[in-house]
Design a protein around this ligand. Structure first.
Ligand code: AMP
Length: 282
């Protein structure tokens, strides 16, 4: 695997590949890699001729400085995992490569996506996500960008950013990979104590409850019950929400609209998010 740290060199490398007509899949990450990330790398490997991963803990998307400081960094292990998965190129920049002194921040009109759910609890977060993903895609103009459904709202935000900027890239969304217990894999899980890891299963339990108990009509009681599962396990809840696929809140279900359940909650100072399609077979 080729490891490139400089913005200029990655641009030149990708340019050469594109000149040869090679199809590139790009998988941006913040490192502390787990099987969820690696499954996306494998998908890109299956579907594209050349897979590029990036590892960059993006300061502009952290609204909480202590979350940024505590974000796990495991670069050596990450490199081993990427090599084992057959990743072709890793872009591993320092902050100055992504945000040089002459970098001009811009504002993305994300509409309602900016202020709901994660947007409401993490002000500015999605502006930071757009900033870094646009910058990365300008350096790595891949044909296909791979993101994980685990960050459902992020996928929608990035789709909007692609629309706004006119970047010529296809977005593919990879399924969420879970531990055998149902806990969605996340870099932040490393910060959970063994007790908190057990309690964290309540997130999947609450989502599964929403899915299994869903009936037409008002959803208030259903949501209150799911909240209770989290509270009983020591979580502080940011939201337990049921929405349509575009993330519009649904409080009364017509029995037809495809629904998604989304949860954000904190246990032992670790904030976790997860989501599940509540209708259909997956
Ligand atoms: P992150 O390093 O957390 O920024 O994640 C990098 C990419 O991996 C994002 O597109 C995430 O949505 C995706 N991802 C994170 N966790 C998982 C998971 N458990 N399953 C599948 N994809 C994931």
């Amino acid at each position: 695997m080729l490891i490139i740290k400089s913005a200029k060199l990655i641009q030149e490398h990708i340019e050469k590949l594109r000149m040869k007509g090679i199809c590139i899949g790009f998988v941006p990450t913040m490192g502390a890699l787990h099987e969820g990330h690696i499954s996306i790398i494998r998908q890109s490997k299956r579907e594209q001729q050349h897979t590029v991963a990036s590892i960059f803990v993006n300061p502009t998307q952290f609204n909480n400085p202590s979350d940024f400081e505590k974000y796990p960094v495991t670069v050596e292990n990450d490199i081993e995992m990427l090599e084992a998965a057959g990743c072709d190129t890793l872009f591993l920049p320092e902050v100055e490569e992504i945000y040089p002194p002459d970098f001009v921040k811009k504002f993305y009109d994300l509409g309602y996506l900016e202020t709901i759910l994660e947007g409401a609890f993490r002000p500015g977060h999605f502006q930071g996500v757009c900033l870094v993903v646009e910058r990365l895609l300008r350096l790595i103009p891949a044909q296909v960008l791979y993101l994980g459904e685990k960050d459902y709202q992020q996928c929608m935000v990035v789709a909007r950013m692609i629309e706004l900027t006119g970047l010529n890239v296809q977005l593919k969304i990879a399924p969420t990979i879970r531990e055998s217990t149902g806990l969605a894999m996340s870099s932040r899980n490393r910060r959970l104590t063994p007790d908190a890891t057990k309690a964290a299963l309540a997130i999947h339990e609450a989502l599964t409850y929403l899915k299994n108990q869903l009936t037409t009509g008002t959803l208030n009681e259903l949501i209150a019950f799911a909240e209770n599962i989290l509270l009983k396990n020591g979580f502080k809840i940011d939201y337990v929400s049921v929405t349509d696929q575009k993330l519009q809140l649904i409080d009364n279900w017509d029995g037809k609209t495809p629904l998604v359940g989304l949860i954000a909650a904190t246990i032992h100072e670790v904030r976790l998010i997860d989501n599940m399609k509540l209708t259909g077979t997956d």
